[in-house]
Design a protein. Structure first.
Length: 150
């Protein structure tokens, strides 16, 4: 199977029934994609972009991304990653950090569609991403700061 992963053409051989999460972590070594609830698809920690759309990778079969563009946090530019890190730190939005990569990728999808979202729009976009440490006020503030910093 061929796909474009973080801007690079990749050939992968997923196992029968393998999830996109398993392919990304186990076979391709991408560690930003977290397994919080696999195969439930309910926590958002494994969120990646598939053709620009936020997708929970634990509930997506790997074979479904054949020929598509997949982006993980590793695929963001250094400047984008730095901006997210600075915004999360400044807002106090990251404690354990387990959920952060999925939240960042969900926010990337939102900001691609709506560069200056309201607090309510950010909160709505992040409904499928769970954070057990911070609550969401500081996370929403970090997304607002990242939107302003672009």
């Amino acid at each position: 199977m061929k796909l474009t992963l973080n801007g690079e053409k990749v050939v992968a051989k997923p196992r029968e029934g393998q999830s996109l999460l398993e392919l990304l972590r186990d076979d391709l070594g991408l560690r930003s994609v977290k397994d919080g609830c696999a195969p439930e698809g309910s926590c958002g920690a494994c969120t990646v972009l598939v053709d620009g759309r936020a997708v929970v990778s634990c509930a997506q079969k790997a074979l479904r991304v054949e020929g598509k563009h997949v982006v993980t946090q590793e695929g963001l530019t250094e400047d984008e990653r730095r901006l997210w890190a600075e915004c999360f730190v400044a807002a106090g939005a990251s404690q354990c950090g387990f959920c952060s990569p999925g939240i960042v990728m969900k926010a990337e999808a939102l900001l691609a569609k709506k560069p200056a979202p309201s607090r309510d729009e950010i909160a709505h976009a992040l409904l499928g991403n769970l954070c057990r440490c911070t609550g969401y006020v500081k996370i929403i503030e970090s997304v607002q700061a990242a939107a302003s910093g672009r």
